[in-house]
Design a protein around this ligand. Structure first.
Ligand code: ADP
Ligand code: ZN
Ligand code: MG
Length: 486
């Protein structure tokens, strides 16, 4: 199955994404029903979202404001006038027989989002951002040879979505993964969506084609659906690129079609070809007025936007003197960035705080499969530990042990330090006493040292550290030994 590397490098991969993001409004886009997830089926429905004849939609203003925030963050131009359109198709979970979407006059167009891969920034074009309603959900129960039942839950029918379509600017599955990660970060910063993929709040279809290096026209694309995680998406695209290259290398042609990713078999299957593609018979939605966005409304959306990831990263570099890498890692998640700032607010050195969060704390969180929001070490408690280290009351090495215990038991740094005897010995007299004992017990090494074999100095430091069970302040040990050995 695997393709020779030299064949693969003769081809360029081209990818464009279509991402659906569910907006976090309280009520649905065209009626007052709740958008809450997880309640009993069909408990949040009314004539509008059930698609009953004669029911009239009324646009939710908050959904438009949220969509504008997303579009502005993606550097799109907001169209002063846009229009809703009916997208007609039959599906059991779509009682009206059409979905209200936007077609040739979308809310926003022509934006970009910057990604960064291996330190190289790149702008990915955003073709459009438009508003639409979600469909309901079909639920299937049972197995092929037993009783089967299907149900329709219309709680999701009419929940607001934005669709974000990118230009075919992505050049590898890794870039696609990176784009989605940045996009999700952005939506979470804006608080317009919870981007929960398991609950379907973020869904992505990927279009992919390949072309021989140097060829200027794009190849025929396929569309891959059923991508339930960013990792699946990356894998599906890698598979699909390889499949297409093989077809072309074998003298075949790519058929434009929709393919489904099968995560169990780790491959894509053809689902429907272009000949069977839907003709949605779009036409302007007669029950809604064209959407007019005034300058004031746009400004209102702009003013309600928080500091975005790129700006926060720059501020972290400026205010806390962090490296590009550290600032990027910390601001990649809004929750992590906020945690960091909570720690720094308590006074410890910002660089030290960044190091401890990105290495030690992250390790503990990853091992426990926890998110920063679930950290048992509060920002205040981490700051307390960092202060103890900075004051020399405990060492960096013992600090790691203390942190692990704080993480396991949610206790405070002082308490763990005292109980576990992880206090650093800083007292010069105590250290000097230990040093004198070591010196007295090792006359041969002392003589060597005094005769100029200064390399043994490190050995003495090690002996004193051992004698104090690793608790002596190494800096202090060096100072004391220099004096005692002189
Ligand atoms: P369609 O007419 O099939 O809907 P569009 O031109 O509207 O196609 O593009 C849909 C998505 O497919 C966009 O994200 C776009 O970037 C992407 N796309 C278009 N052409 C290609 C191609 N040749 N290879 C990969 N992606 C493509
Ligand atoms: Zn309703
Ligand atoms: Mg299209």
């Amino acid at each position: 199955m695997s393709l020779a590397a030299e064949v693969r490098t003769q081809y360029e991969v081209v990818i464009g994404l279509e991402v659906h993001v569910q907006l976090l409004t309280q009520s649905k886009i065209f009626c007052g029903c709740s958008t809450r997830f997880g309640d009993p089926a069909n408990t949040h429905t009314c004539p509008v979202c059930l698609g009953l004849p004669g029911a009239l939609p009324a646009l939710n203003r908050e959904a438009v404001t949220m969509a504008m925030k997303a579009a502005l963050a993606l550097n799109c131009g907001i169209n002063p006038r846009s229009r809703f359109a009916r997208k007609n198709y039959f599906y059991p979970d779509l009682p009206k027989g059409y979905q209200i979407s936007q077609y040739d006059e979308p809310l926003a167009e022509d934006g970009w989002l910057e990604i960064e891969l291996n330190g190289a920034p790149k702008q990915i074009g955003v073709t459009r951002v438009h508003l639409e309603e979600d469909a309901g959900k079909s639920l299937h129960e049972g197995f092929p040879d037993s009783d089967r039942a299907s149900y329709i839950d219309l709680n999701r029918s009419g929940v607001p979505l934005i669709e974000i379509v990118t230009e075919p600017d992505l050049r590898s599955p890794e870039e696609a993964y990176e784009f989605l990660t940045r996009l999700k970060t952005m939506m979470l910063y804006l608080e317009v969506s919870d981007c929960n993929m398991e609950e379907g709040s973020l869904r992505c279809d990927a279009n992919i084609s390949v072309r021989r290096a140097g060829v200027s026209e794009f190849g025929t694309k396929t569309e891959v659906k059923n991508l339930n995680s960013f990792r699946f998406l990356q894998r599906a695209l890698a598979y699909e690129a390889e499949r297409q290259i093989k077809v072309l290398e074998g003298g075949g042609e790519i058929t434009q079609e929709t393919r489904l990713w099968d995560s169990r078999e780790q491959r894509t299957h053809g689902m429907r070809s272009k000949e069977f593609a839907h003709d949605y018979r779009y036409f302007p939605e007669p029950d809604l007025l064209p959407l007019t966005i005034t300058e004031e409304w746009k400004e209102e959306a702009r003013r309600s936007m928080p500091e975005l990831p790129a700006a926060r990263k720059q501020r972290f570099m400026r205010e806390y003197a962090l490296t590009d890498y550290d600032a990027d890692q910390l601001t990649h998640s809004k929750a992590l960035a906020s945690y960091y700032e909570e720690v720094v607010k308590q006074g410890p050195d910002p660089k030290l705080a960044a190091n401890w969060i990105l290495s030690e704390l992250m390790h503990l969180l990853n091992d426990a499969k926890k998110d920063i929001t679930e950290s048992t070490v509060t920002p205040r408690n981490l700051a307390e530990l960092l202060t103890l280290i900075a004051q020399g009351k405990t060492s960096g090495k013992m600090g790691k042990e203390i942190l692990a215990e704080m993480f396991a038991s949610s206790r405070r740094a002082e308490e763990v330090m005292a109980e576990k005897g992880l206090r650093q010995i800083d007292d010069v007299e105590m250290i000097a006493a230990a040093a004198r004992e070591v010196i007295a017990a090792n006359p041969r090494q002392v003589e060597q040292y005094r005769n100029g074999k200064t390399a043994t100095f490190g050995w003495f430091v090690g002996q004193v550290m051992k004698a104090t069970r690793g608790q002596a302040n190494p800096q202090r040990v060096q100072e004391v030994l220099k004096k005692e050995l002189a």
